[in-house]
Design a protein around this ligand. Structure first.
Ligand code: GLU
Length: 464
């Protein structure tokens, strides 16, 4: 049997980290089993669904490289199909009209509560052999309810949580169509999972309560029951429910914040799933390894430090040409225009080991292309009156130097030795003059890339 999984987001907001992980696991499961991955947009909540949110979900998925084989299907475009299936259930006596008004149901609820019972629909419009139903009122448009089994249990072997059993006595006769005829959420999901031939439903565990109702409906339709895997939720760094408070919860925010999609994907893969001690792996490797047996049933906790560590790893490994393209864009957003005379790939190669994010990387090299911001404390510490004449001497040497790393190194070394100083005594003020701060990779390498004109111009302002 071909594996068919789906990701079925409701487009009421951006693609958040939890949704992205659900999508990733469903996608990887399909890829691992050479199956199909289906994208379905559950947009029946018309008041809360927006085209912007649909776009944000599509953007998030394509940023992560999660491609789908079928869809996107939009539930709003499938209304006729749902209505057909509702008619079929009505005809087969598996669903029925219910004319209870809101007020009536509210009174029932209050009564049940007062008697210490769990509030539930009492089946007053449910047809049974030999039962006399109330007289159909004329002005009340009815809802349609599903005839849920009255006894027995719904049992499924959840691929993450183990066996779950729910008594049918706990379940109401679910409303499958509202009074205006529109099908309800759980019903649409069931028809889709059935008709799209979904074999594994991988989704957040906020849907566990829907599953027994959906299974009963699937049985009524004569559908094959898919396997279910309910993923536990993701908590923030602080162990609390993940929310905006935790910073980036939208996948695209990670892009903005300077994370590589490979890093986010690798990070998400390990969020609640493990393969021995492996922490770093490619997407291809993940697709080969992924299984549902190694998903932890307990909540996964987000760890920004680990994500940063992974991101740093992928930045170090990234292809320089595409990294440069990305960094040029980020610099442009900060108003820094890249000057073609300075080889940006070489600059990035020099700096990329020091960055956790692409934004940090862009920030750290901006001084190559614009006057550096001066670190006042570093200036006071390193550019002392005694060092100025030493720098003047070095400046003169540099003016006529053939500009290579080796020559620069020799020139700096010469200033050190001829003045009887230690290396940092010369390198540090030079660094402050050239880069604006006290931290940089090897200063001769930096100067070589920056070019003679810029180096001399920057030194000049301090020694004149
Ligand atoms: N549309 C639901 C959501 O976004 C998912 C439904 C499902 O996966 O069954 O939470």
């Amino acid at each position: 049997m071909t594996v068919r999984t789906r990701f079925a987001p409701s487009p009421t907001g951006f693609l958040h980290i939890g949704g992205a992980r659900t999508a990733l696991f469903s996608w990887a499961y399909a890829r691992k089993h050479a199956g199909q991955f289906i994208l379905r947009i559950e947009d029946t909540d018309v008041a809360r669904s927006t085209p912007e949110a649909v776009q944000a979900i599509l953007d998030g998925m394509s940023w992560l490289g999660l491609d789908w084989d079928e869809g996107p299907f939009y539930q709003m475009q499938r209304m006729d199909r749902y209505k057909d299936v509702i008619s079929k259930l009505l005809n087969e006596g598996k669903a029925y009209y219910c004319y209870s008004t809101k007020e009536e149901l509210e009174t029932l609820r209050e009564q049940q509560m007062a008697e210490g019972k769990k509030p539930r629909y009492d089946g007053r419009w449910r047809p049974e052999a030999g039962k006399e139903l109330p007289v159909v009122p004329t002005e009340i448009p009815p809802v349609i309810r599903f005839k849920n089994p009255l006894s027995g249990n719904v049992v499924w072997d959840d691929l993450v949580k183990g066996q779950i059993s729910i008594s049918n006595e706990e379940l109401d006769d679910l409303i499958i169509a509202r009074a205006d005829g529109t099908p309800t959420y759980n019903f649409c999901v069931v028809v889709d999972d059935w008709e799209m031939g979904i074999t594994q439903v991988i989704r957040g565990d906020d849907h566990v309560n829907n599953t027994p109702r959906q299974i009963n409906l699937l049985h009524a339709l004569g559908a094959k029951i898919p396997q279910y895997a309910h993923l536990s939720m993701i908590l923030g760094d602080d162990g609390q429910k993940l929310s905006k408070r935790h910073g980036a919860v939208s996948v695209m925010q990670y892009d903005e914040d300077g994370y590589l999609p490979e890093a986010v994907l690798n990070y998400l893969a390990r969020l609640g799933w493990s393969h021995g001690d492996d922490e770093i792996f490619s997407t291809e490797q993940f697709c080969q390894w992924f299984d549902l047996d190694h998903i932890t049933p307990s909540a996964a906790q987000f760890n920004t430090e680990k994500l940063n560590w992974l991101n740093a790893h992928y930045i170090k490994q990234a292809d320089l040409t595409s990294l440069a393209k990305d960094i040029i864009k980020r610099l442009a957003l900060k108003g820094v225009e890249v000057d073609e005379q300075i080889d940006i790939q070489a600059v990035i190669a020099l700096y990329r080991d020091r960055a956790n994010t692409l934004n940090q990387l862009a920030d750290s090299i901006a001084y190559f292309y614009q006057t550096p911001e001066l670190d006042q404390a570093a200036l006071e510490k390193h550019i002392t009156p005694e060092i100025v004449p030493v720098m003047q001497g070095l400046f003169q040497q540099l003016e006529s130097l053939e500009w290579t790393v080796e020559n620069l190194h020799v020139a700096i070394e010469h200033a050190v030795v001829s003045n009887g100083l230690k290396f940092p005594k010369v390198a540090m003020p030079l660094r402050v003059m050239v880069t604006g701060g006290a931290q940089s990779p090897s200063i001769d390498a930096v100067m070589a890339l920056l070019g003679k004109d810029k180096v001399l111009e920057r030194m000049q302002t301090f020694i004149a």
